[in-house]
Design a protein around this ligand. Structure first.
Ligand code: F6R
Length: 245
């Protein structure tokens, strides 16, 4: 595991974008796994700048998003599909047919989820997976539990997640209670994983994750300790509770 502690959110975002850009330059048809939420916005902004000013080329890139709320239409500004086009895809030269985001409106969810994993496999798996982390240690929407589902699946969002994500909605009762998420197995199959954590709100979970040399499904991100190529980038606030670094 490689750890980087950057001064602030802006430096963290630039570092993450740099890692993405290096991988894209080495493999122009890179298969990337993408996250939404507040954390990756700065990374996406920097990638857009690199596309515009440095010609970073996304024309052969294939993307798979981690998750989508159940029941939100793509034109709903809170949907992750809307987010991805608004914050990245509309501003780079990725081909629309290479973009994959779970569809939160499908009726046969089980077979849809199986197809999503198959589609990832068809492209040879994810080369570089970007992750944020929930205050409760979730990755994607794999919430703390006694057991965690391996493949892409429909999940209930935990109370903690609904509360945390209500900051993006007018009120907590507008936050969907279910989502489709890539499973822990789908995430762990990625060849390289890049986890970002920014701000004081993430200090407690990052300390829990990195001060304890243990894994538990109650902190889903701890399972990343079993992956052989994980890079974690934190800003100083998110890293403030970590000992021995
Ligand atoms: C989003 C996702 C979530 C977020 C996490 C952190 O696609 O999969 O796991 O990465 O909830 O969200 P922010 O960055 O908003 O704190």
């Amino acid at each position: 595991m490689q750890l980087f502690i950057e001064k602030d959110y802006s430096a963290l975002s630039n570092k993450a974008a740099q890692i993405f850009a290096n991988e894209i330059r080495q493999k122009p048809d890179l298969v990337i796994g993408l996250a939404t939420g507040g954390t990756p916005k700065g990374t996406y902004k920097e990638l857009i700048r690199m596309h515009r000013e440095e010609g970073l080329d996304f024309s052969k890139i294939v993307s798979f998003n981690l998750d989508e709320y159940l029941g939100l239409t793509p034109d709903n500004p809170q949907s992750y599909k809307y987010y991805m086009f608004e914050n990245l895809f509309n501003h780079i030269n990725i081909q629309r047919e290479n973009v994959h985001i779970p569809d939160g409106l499908v009726s046969d969810i089980n077979s849809y989820c199986k197809k999503y994993d198959k589609e990832i496999e068809k492209y040879g798996g994810i080369d570089l997976q970007l992750l944020g982390i929930g205050v409760n240690g979730h990755i994607g929407f794999n919430e703390p539990a006694d057991e965690i589902i391996v493949d892409t699946h429909l999940t209930d969002l935990s109370k903690d997640t609904i509360k945390a994500n209500s900051r993006y909605f007018d009120s907590a009762d507008q936050v969907p209670t279910k989502a489709i998420t890539m499973g822990i197995g789908s995430i762990m199959k990625a060849k390289k994983i890049l986890l970002l954590a920014s701000g004081q709100a993430k200090a407690e979970i990052m300390a829990k994750l990195l001060n304890n040399n243990t894994i538990t499904t109650k902190t889903p991100a701890s399972l990343l300790m079993l992956h052989q190529d994980v890079t974690i980038i934190m800003d100083e606030e998110a890293a403030s509770g970590i000992k021995n670094i």
